[in-house]
Design a protein around this ligand. Structure first.
Ligand SMILES: [Zn+2]
Length: 469
């Protein structure tokens, strides 16, 4: 299968050029002026071609709860989330499709799904997500979300402490389950990559982290985790380790060039130096951090320290969308208020590079994707520069990143296969998906989380919030 996109605008060092881009055997085979046409011809006139972005951190099944969870900080928000989490693999399949559609239509060609597992149906959960991503054709990196401590252990103990039930599964059984999932589902040739993804220091033992490191080494897979998303987690790490979570993760060997870390809001300068030294990647989830009041990640400091940074939407219940362009815009301009020196601010071109090449680097895949380079996989997106939201004509990348693009994605290819054409997903029936999502849900504004009412007093106490009794 080969094709040629003719007369398309591509960014170059000094601005933009109009060129032809050819694809053969799933890869970019040539980029030049006036190439001899080969295969299907696609008109690229008045369109911009960019490498596909990576939605570098999300939890697809949260889509069932977007828009419903009240303004709460992460620890209480999570309690509510888990009280109403989907329990059918078919729901996981549908929300994975929904996540993929929104990612594709906002410039993404890869998704990192830190996938919440249905207890007792763990492999079925993963199978459902795999099926969705293969049907739609997005490149998937699936990290089954694992922990070996109960949710209440994720809060600082403070002076009081709180009773914990035992976690539902032993550490050993969890690691065996993950190894079985790797054997069954890891299939990069078919667009499915497994990640080792312990949720984070707040809910995982060292044995679980070490088991993941071992599996990562044995199967040559990337590592993924949340890191210091909230100040409560920072406090808990001090209680647990007597040092920062970053220092501890470095000591046990979890921080590597194959490790990507979601959030990274509460790192101090010495932690940032460790992330830089270990060449781990930071995944910036600005909308989720605002929504949950987690804080502003020190992204400009990471960039100055040479840390690779990419963007994620985070799950749709803490965002409450999967629009990558929105996350990229917010994650870029948010930092202008954190540093008076405007020379440190993120330019639209830098944002594009973070979202594409930065995402690829964090998945140890920069040799294969993340830029318009001959030899790399044909994972790219064609934007319609005649879309009303990108007019009048100024700098195309500035319009795309700083503006509020609507209906701007014209076509998307993943691994050389066209997934979106004329702004429509071709590989699945999106009307069917809409119907399923509609029929399996209902309008609702009131629901009561049992767990939130049980743990709120403790949370308010350890976070020293007024009137906590
Ligand atoms: Zn997350």
């Amino acid at each position: 299968m080969s094709f040629t996109i003719q007369n398309v605008l591509i960014p170059v060092e000094s601005g933009y050029e109009t060129a032809d881009v050819q694809v053969a055997d799933n890869c970019i085979s040539a980029i030049a002026h006036n190439l001899t046409p080969m295969g299907t011809i696609i008109d690229g006139k008045n369109k911009l071609l960019l490498p596909g972005f990576v939605n570098a951190h999300t939890h697809s099944s949260e889509m069932w709860q977007r828009g419903i969870i009240p303004p709460l900080p992460l620890e209480l928000w999570l309690a509510e989330l888990y009280d109403f989490t989907p329990l059918e693999p078919e729901q996981v399949y549908l929300s994975a499709l929904g996540t993929a559609v929104e990612t594709l239509l906002s410039g993404g060609t890869s998704v990192v799904d830190h996938l919440v597992l249905i207890p007792g149906q763990e492999l079925e959960t993963i199978a459902a997500a795999v099926r969705a991503y293969q049907e739609i054709g997005i490149r998937a990196f699936i990290g089954p979300l694992i922990q070996d401590e109960p949710l209440t252990a994720g809060m600082p103990v403070g002076d009081g402490g709180i009773e914990h039930a035992a976690y539902i599964r032993s550490t050993k059984a969890t690691l065996e389950l993950i190894e079985a999932a790797i054997k069954q589902f890891h299939n990069p040739e078919k667009g499915v990559n497994m990640l080792l993804a312990p949720t984070g220091t707040q809910l995982c033992s060292d044995a679980l982290f070490e088991g993941c490191i071992d599996l990562g080494d044995r199967y040559n897979l990337c590592l993924h985790a949340h890191l210091l998303e909230t100040s409560a987690q920072k406090q808990l790490a001090q209680e647990k380790y007597g040092c920062s979570a970053v220092k501890h993760l470095q000591q046990i060997g979890f921080l590597t060039p194959r490790t990507s870390l979601a959030h990274c809001v509460w790192l101090d300068d010495s932690d940032i130096a460790i992330v830089a030294e270990t060449r781990s990647t930071v995944v910036h989830n600005p909308l989720s951090n605002l929504r949950l009041g987690s804080g502003i990640a020190p992204i400009l400091k990471y960039r100055q320290a040479g840390v690779n940074v990419s963007f994620g939407c985070d799950g749709a219940a803490s965002n409450d969308s999967q629009d990558l362009l929105e996350a990229i815009k917010m994650g870029s301009i948010l930092h202008n208020i954190t540093d008076l020196d405007y020379r440190h601010w993120i330019t639209p071109r830098q944002s594009v590079e973070m979202a594409s090449l930065g995402g690829a680097k964090g998945l140890n895949a920069a040799d294969e994707m993340g830029s318009l380079t001959v030899g790399k996989k044909a994972d790219f997106v064609l934007y319609d520069l005649t879309s009303l939201s990108l007019l009048p004509r100024t700098d195309p990348i500035g319009l795309l990143i700083l503006g509020r693009p609507t209906n701007a994605v014209h076509s998307v290819w993943v691994n050389g296969k066209q997934i979106v054409a004329e702004g429509k997903v071709k590989t699945i029936d999106v009307d069917d998906l809409r119907r399923e999502l509609f029929d399996r849900s209902e309008w609702t504004s009131k629901r009561q989380s049992q767990t939130v009412s049980e743990i709120e007093a403790h949370y308010r106490q350890v976070m020293k919030l007024q009137g906590y009794s």
